[in-house]
Design a protein around this ligand. Structure first.
Ligand code: UGA
Length: 436
């Protein structure tokens, strides 16, 4: 497994768990040392146990040395493809530098069949380019096998995915590469998880289309939510009833401060960029709006907060509940919650942030923000409370107890999870997005 971030580390431990002998490689020596000791470098339910067990039973080893991979039959590429610094497109440099290191090992195998399996999310057309690069090496085959795991459910999604997609150079029955990858995933295939073989381009597009479609659903309901605020409709009611149409579905229609994380925003922008390169600018203009609606949600909350504080942030005490981009993860990449917290801080508010698991990352990346371990200390004497990540413990907060702690009983529910009647009955002024 080349690349041991969220995806690679979880995939490595999962592949070991289904019976393979796995090497996890990363150029980040500190991360490899942590993983090698059986410690998860990030918060992910069920991962610690899986990691620990498979290291203990000798199925899983971590390394920074490519030479350790010389006898490996299947190389997974699980490298990050972040947004480029100079534009919307994906930065493929980690993949190319991994291939630079891997190629000499593949050549040294003298024609023995070796499979390279791309799991990273890449712009359409990338896999065919890599296949051409690998074609010169006898015995090497490439499959592009996108990953659909969600953070917070990564182990479950890897061991019980809803589908397996293989992208191949030529879609034909019974090829060596399909057989080899089937052998890797045999325990999953035995559970009758659907497996589809497509050409490279379809497999690549499946992944970015899925994430862009999910992003579109979220921005759609968030746009409706603004209309709800203007008209007095309730966005949760609208989402519930349109979701009963199974052509639409209720999932990913939770209105609020919008999407963040390491995937949806960058994949959406990556698709806009690639479509532009391929001459389909106009048809993808709407995705720019999806992105703009999403980032606009953050400004919307800042404006709402300003209004609740009578137009003045300077010196006001604001408590932010939640820093991770969503619950059940400590990932703060492009977190809407932190983005809002940082804006409030830069506008002069005295901001305290809490989160059940992401505070270490907040302290490392945003030392200017005041991170507090407990909800009590965060909200004590606050003039305004913002609930921005819907951790289950925040959904269950007792409004009566909270009211005793704050200076002003005002809260913005950025994720539409509070029981409005209960909070209002306890004397709170509650603003919920799209449920005015
Ligand atoms: C996403 C996809 O859901 C995975 O299928 C995909 O494999 C992954 O990206 C990836 O490309 O690696 P993830 O980033 O873990 O997974 O997070 P999601 O559960 O999709 O949530 C993304 C964001 O949307 C979060 O900030 C969440 O709070 C927000 N969201 C989600 C909403 O605002 N409303 C909703 O109804 C649902």
């Amino acid at each position: 497994m080349i690349g041991c971030g969220y995806l690679g580390a979880v995939h490595a431990a999962s592949m070991a768990d289904i019976g393979h002998r796995v090497y996890g490689l990363d150029v980040d020596a500190a991360r490899i040392a942590t993983l090698g000791r059986g410690l998860a470098p990030f918060h992910e339910p069920d991962f610690d146990e899986l990691l620990h067990q498979n290291i203990q039973n000798g199925q899983l080893t971590f390394t920074t040395a490519y030479e350790d991979l010389d006898d490996v039959d299947v190389h997974f590429l699980a490298l990050g493809t972040p947004q480029r610094d100079d534009g919307l497109g994906a930065d493929l440099s980690y993949i190319h530098s991994a291939l630079d290191s891997l190629t000499p090992l593949l050549k040294a195998r003298n024609g023995r069949t070796t499979l390279v399996v791309g799991k990273s999310t890449v712009p359409v057309g990338t896999a065919r380019g890599i296949a051409e690069r690998l074609e010169e090496i006898p015995g090497v085959k490439l499959v592009w096998n996108p990953e659909f795991l969600r953070e917070g459910f990564a182990v479950k999604d890897t061991l019980r995915p809803d589908r397996l997609v293989y992208g191949v150079s030529d879609v034909a029955d019974e090829t060596a590469e399909v057989h080899m990858l089937d052998a890797v995933y045999r325990p999953l295939l035995d559970l009758e998880i659907p497996r589809r073989v497509y050409n490279f381009e379809s497999a690549e597009l499946v992944k970015v289309s899925a994430n862009s479609f999910l992003a579109t659903k979220i921005s759609f309901i968030n746009a409706i939510s603004e209309l709800c605020d203007i008209t007095g409709a309730d966005v949760n009611d609208v989402a519930e009833a349109i979701g009963m149409d199974d052509r639409i579905g209720r999932k990913f229609l939770r209105a609020g401060i919008g999407f963040g994380g390491g995937c949806l925003p960058k994949d959406l922008r990556g698709l806009i960029s690639r479509a532009g390169e391929l001459g389909a600018v106009d048809s993808f203009a709407f995705l720019r709006d999806i992105d703009a609606i999403n980032t606009g949600r953050r400004d919307y909350v800042v404006r709402l907060a300003r209004r609740l504080l009578d137009g003045e942030f300077d010196g006001q005490r604001i408590a932010v509940l939640g820093a991770a981009f969503k619950p059940d993860t400590d990932d703060v990449r492009d977190s809407p919650a932190l983005d809002i917290a940082l804006t409030l801080y830069s506008e002069g508010a005295r901001v305290k942030v809490t989160d059940p698991v992401a505070l270490d990352n907040v302290r490392k990346r945003y030392p200017a923000l005041h991170a507090e371990d407990s909800v009590e200390n965060t909200v004590r004497n606050a003039d305004l409370v913002l609930l921005l990540t819907e951790w289950s413990e925040y959904k269950q907060l007792d409004p009566a107890v909270m009211k005793e702690l704050v200076s002003e009983a005002k809260i913005i529910d950025g994720r539409n999870v509070l029981d409005l009647e209960q909070w209002r009955a306890a004397g709170w002024h509650v603003e919920a997005l799209g449920r005015s």
